[in-house]
Design a binder for this molecule. Sequence first.
Ligand SMILES: [Zn+2]
Length: 71
Amino acid sequence: MNEAAAPPDRCPRCGGAFVCGIGQPGPCACSTLTLSPALQARLRQDYSGCLCLACLRGLAAAEVVAAKGPG
Ligand SMILES: [Zn+2]
C-alpha cells in the first residue's frame, strides 16, 4: 500500500467526489446541516457511506418541504 493520503470519498448518490470530515481533524461538512433522525436513518439504510454536501443539502431541504407539506 502506497497511499499518501486518503482518497476523496465518492458520493453514492450522485457519484461526485467529496471529502468526508470523519477522517479530518475538523468537523464533517455534514455536521453543519441539520438532518432529522429520520432522514439520517434513511440515509444509513440507503447508502453505505456519507453523501456529498450538495446531496445532503438537497435531501434536507426536500425533507423540510415534505414535513411542512404543500403551501
Ligand atoms: Zn452527492
